[in-house]
Write a protein that binds this ligand. Structure first.
Ligand SMILES: [Mg+2]
Length: 324
């Protein structure tokens, strides 16, 4: 583990360095507060820092305050080194954001124990962060395909809609649905069906641009958010996606399964409600299905569309999942 020593006294640095190295730590040194701050602001800064209280430039407590104000992750464990033993000073140091303090001249064993405690806290905090990150991943991703889940892709759409409104830029969405997927499940079983979906979404992602996002909207239905795309752009991205899925059969074990997708795309019309664009893409998808599948349909410009989502026949007749 790397430890930063910030102390303007060369003798003090020498002693600290010798001890820390003896205990197996890698040591980084700063000769004053400003040098320490520039090291502590770097992305790969040591996680544990021993800071002298009195230094030219920024002093120890001020460094603590700045580090805490940044609120950075991973957590930095800060030990103040001080000649002051007054209770008020200790309180002020801890109040500034220090985790612990050691009084000078320091006792080697005491320092060792305190540095170890800091190392343990850093380790625990790292575990917490990684547990939180994996929970966040679980909460936002579809576990089968690794795509975003429904809530996360709708969040992304809302974020992109707000961004497009701010920047007066284009935005499109595509509703992508695997054709006759129920037949694949019925014919080969769900394990194979899942494998087809996984490979299919892999092809879809590879065909999308790096800025695009795709999430699982329903069983075999995926929603792609295409920032910066007008209707024409969306149409060419979707055509590439359609072609990538249909290009060659998906191999699962000994099976070679020909999967295709139908896609309905819609360009954002400027309305503040993101669900409106999804409804229009959905209506276009419905037309793609009825137009023969394995095809892309573009929603009409919202302003000219007199047959809005309320007239989507599925909402009158009910869905027909077996047929999709
Ligand atoms: Mg000093």
């Amino acid at each position: 583990m790397k430890v930063l020593i910030a102390d303007d006294n060369a003798m003090s640095r020498l002693t600290l360095r010798a001890q820390l190295k003896k205990w197996g730590y890698e040591v980084v040194e700063a000769i004053d507060g400003d040098a320490a701050w520039s090291i502590l602001s770097m992305p790969d800064t040591p996680r544990l820092a021993i800071l002298d209280w009195m230094m030219p430039g920024l002093d120890g407590p001020e460094l603590c305050r700045r580090v805490r104000a940044q609120g950075q992750e991973p957590y930095l464990y800060l030990i103040l080194l001080t000649g002051r033993e007054g209770r008020d000073d200790v309180v002020a140091g801890l109040d500034a954001g220090a985790d612990d303090y050691v009084t000078k001249p320091f006792d080697a064993q005491e320092l060792r124990v305190r540095v170890r405690a800091g190392e343990r806290i850093c380790g625990l905090q790292e575990e917490l962060v990684s547990a939180r990150e994996s929970l966040r991943y679980e909460a936002t991703h579809d576990h089968l395909t690794g795509a975003w889940n429904r809530a996360a892709i709708l969040d992304a759409l809302e974020r992109e809609r707000a961004r497009a409104a701010r920047a007066s830029s284009q935005l499109s969405v595509a509703m992508i649905d695997f054709d006759h997927f129920k037949r694949i499940n019925d014919m080969y079983g769900h394990v194979v069906g899942d494998a087809v979906l996984k490979e299919g979404i892999g092809r879809i992602r590879a065909a999308l641009r790096s800025r695009d996002m795709v999430g699982r909207y329903g069983g075999e239905e995926f929603l792609a958010v295409l920032p910066g795309c007008d209707a024409e752009g969306a149409s060419s991205v979707c055509e590439r996606v359609r072609g990538a899925v249909a290009a060659e059969p998906i191999r699962v074990g000994d099976y070679r399964i020909h999967a295709t997708v139908s896609i309905g795309a819609a360009a954002w019309s400027g309305l503040p409600d993101a669900s409106e664009i999804v409804d229009r893409a959905d209506a276009a998808l419905y037309r793609a299905k009825h137009g023969g599948r394995d095809r892309v349909e573009l929603a009409p410009n919202a302003a000219n569309d007199r047959h809005g989502p309320l007239h989507d026949p599925r909402r009158v007749t009910g869905t027909d999942d077996g047929g999709r």
